[in-house]
Design a protein around this ligand. Structure first.
Ligand code: PLP
Length: 399
């Protein structure tokens, strides 16, 4: 049973679940590549779209549709397209919404491969892009050209938790006849609703908060209106970056606890961010929930909460950051984010190693910056872990 009037938690649990003839309370895994037709007429009707039943799993599958329907309900969109990975979703957006010779404006600190895909590959087909600080509307206005077809924004952005004003971007894009796509991975549908703020597509790497258990890679796109949904679906189906039914089952199971997980990890992050700010070894802390965040007012206006991602710099710079990461015990030294387990990483040598140093520094990604994805463990244990790691980092190295 589901209804649009239900609260978010009820939607998380019930939206999209298929009615199963055997009474299964969750959507079963339809692990099949193809679907039998009752007659050749039915097969013809399905291909012609007169019968909405399933044909072939790359085109559509009930387990995948169940997840798509749930996320559509959460984002309040017209429909969703699940993909094999977050990058599959990014590629689907570029291919579906840009033409040869057209132009895109995008966030400068966007996820590295989203930028590489455009600069190294789409450029070969005559598509061009300008990367600017999208938290500055004047910079976006200056970058928009008559041939701009897409404004692609990542907010909050990684790892500096820079926030872009979605409603303002929607107005700028639409005034130019362009579409606005928001990579909302760092917020999840619990903390931010891009479509309600005017975006045309909300994009997620479901690998992160939506799945939340560090055991699946996947992506999803939610469109505000049917024509855009249709373009996205056609590209996903023909490029073959569909989500697998087993993958969709795991993501949908993880999704049901999204709000509980985020409430807990966000509360942990608030405690840890304040603790880090009080430590003499830490030169600065960037967390969207601290009054020191330069866009604290926009966070309050645009998001339900600040989330659980923290970046900080140690007084000792690069060497101190490396020592800290080598000494943490409870948090895992790993890239990715948004899972129940805390993860720590060093952007300059890991996720952003491919970005030239001058570009990195321009985006605020200093050599000693450490990114921490706070999980749902006990906050005292997480702080004790960081404390012992900070203290061990200051000790002379053992020989
Ligand atoms: C903001 C953002 N968008 C997209 C992606 C790509 O997602 P995936 O790794 O699932 O392909 C990532 C991955 O880290 C990301 O952080």
């Amino acid at each position: 049973m589901q209804s649009n009037h239900q609260g978010f938690m009820s939607k998380l649990v019930h939206a999209g679940v298929v009615e199963d003839p055997n009474g299964s309370v969750i959507t079963p895994i339809y692990q099949t590549s193809t679907f039998a037709f009752e007659s050749s007429q039915q097969g013809a009707d399905r291909f012609a779209g007169r019968d909405k039943g399933y044909i072939y799993t790359r085109i559509g599958n009930p387990t995948v549709r169940s997840l798509e329907d749930c996320v559509t309900t959460l984002e309040e969109g017209a429909g969703a397209v699940a993909t094999s990975s977050g990058m599959g979703a990014v590629n689907t957006v570029y291919m579906a919404l840009l033409d040869g010779g057209s132009h895109m404006v995008s966030t400068a600190s966007v996820y590295g491969p989203s930028r590489t895909l455009m600069e190294k590959h789409y450029s070969r087909f005559g598509v061009s892009a300008t990367f600017v600080d999208t938290s500055d509307p004047a910079a976006v206005r200056a970058a928009i050209r008559p041939d701009t077809r897409l404004l692609y924004v990542e907010t909050p952005s990684n790892p500096m938790m820079q926030i872009t004003d979605i409603a303002e971007m929607a107005a700028l894009a639409h005034a130019q006849g362009a579409l606005l796509v928001v990579d909302s991975t760092f917020a999840s549908p619990y903390l931010q609703k891009p479509l309600l703020l005017g975006a045309d597509v909300a994009l997620h790497s479901v690998t992160k908060f939506i799945n939340g258990h560090a055991d699946v890679v996947g992506g999803i796109l939610v469109a505000r209106e049917e024509p855009v949904l249709h373009r996205l679906r056609e590209v996903m189906v023909t490029t073959g970056c569909n989500m697998d039914p087993h993958q969709a089952f795991l993501v949908h199971r993880g999704l049901k606890t999204l709000a509980l997980r985020i409430e807990r990890s966000q509360a942990n992050a608030a405690v840890i961010a304040r603790w880090l700010e009080s430590r003499p070894e830490v030169s600065w802390v960037r967390y969207a929930g601290l009054p020191s965040h330069p866009q604290a007012a926009l966070v309050q206006r645009q998001m339900k909460g600040p989330g659980s991602m923290i970046s900080f710099e140690l007084e000792g710079g690069l060497e101190a950051g490396i020592q800290l990461m080598n000494h943490v015990r409870l948090a895992a030294l790993a890239v990715s984010l948004g899972g129940v387990e805390s993860l720590i990483q060093h952007p300059a040598s890991m996720t952003h190693a491919g970005v030239p140093r001058t570009e990195r520094l321009k985006a605020g990604i200093t050599d000693g910056l450490v990114r921490y994805s706070v999980g749902i463990e006990d906050p005292d244990d997480l702080i004790a872990d960081l404390e012992q790691a900070l203290e061990a980092s200051l000790m002379p190295a053992r020989v």
